[in-house]
Design a protein around this ligand. Structure first.
Ligand SMILES: [Zn+2]
Length: 207
């Protein structure tokens, strides 16, 4: 079930990368006039006297100001051809050669597996980052709590909290930086940005 959903999304994304919504609408017989960044046609989904069906090619979306129908190229094609989105995806995946003779071709299979691995990798490392981040945050909160009670705090506790803040925290910050540095080389920008966000969150907590 999960695999089916994942494949479905994968193909939908690949199709949307490869087709152009305006071209597809023109192929379906719609006639457009350009207005600024958008193209307008008479809506095929409701009785339309003035063109209220618009396409934004940059965003690859359509929207009708009359009947309110909107979405991406797959949604539009499903509505125009009056068949399910699943059928549109299957049909275009075949047409674009992502599926051959009803089977996923090898290149696509490899690509899908590769992406699944990347997702796993991201999740795995995100957990590590989150663990270190939580540890650092806890330490800082406990230090702040101790500081707010500073008048009644005995010197031993004070020394201990200070030790943690000045010695242990920089160590973990260093650890985070190392992890981040290492990621920069081996992984995708997306993961790097996740890691960077966590480190930034941590730094902003210090101030
Ligand atoms: Zn409409």
């Amino acid at each position: 079930m999960t695999k089916y959903n994942m494949d479905f999304n994968y193909f939908a994304m690949e199709i949307l990368k490869r087709i152009d919504i305006l071209e597809e609408a023109v192929k379906e017989g719609l006639q457009f006039k350009r207005k600024g960044k958008s193209y307008f046609a008479k809506c095929p989904f409701h009785e339309d006297s003035t063109p209220s069906f618009s396409i934004n090619p940059q965003k690859q979306v359509f929207n009708c100001f009359g009947c309110g129908k909107k979405g991406n190229a797959i949604t539009m094609l499903a509505l125009l051809k009056d068949i399910s989105k699943g059928k549109i995806i299957y049909r275009y995946a075949s047409y674009l050669g992502l599926i051959q003779n009803g089977k996923i071709n090898q290149e696509q299979q490899r690509e899908m597996e590769e992406r699944a691995k990347q997702r796993e990798f991201i999740q795995m490392h995100q957990q590590k980052f989150n663990a270190v981040y939580i540890l650092l945050s806890d330490m800082m909160h406990s230090f702040k709590r101790s500081m707010s009670k500073a008048n009644n705090m005995d010197e031993v506790i004070m020394a201990h909290e200070l030790y943690r803040v000045y010695d242990v925290i920089p160590y973990y910050e260093h650890l985070l930086d190392c992890m981040l540095g290492q990621y920069g080389e081996v992984i995708q920008v997306e993961t790097y940005l996740v890691a960077e966000r966590i480190v930034k969150q941590w730094h902003s907590n210090l101030i």
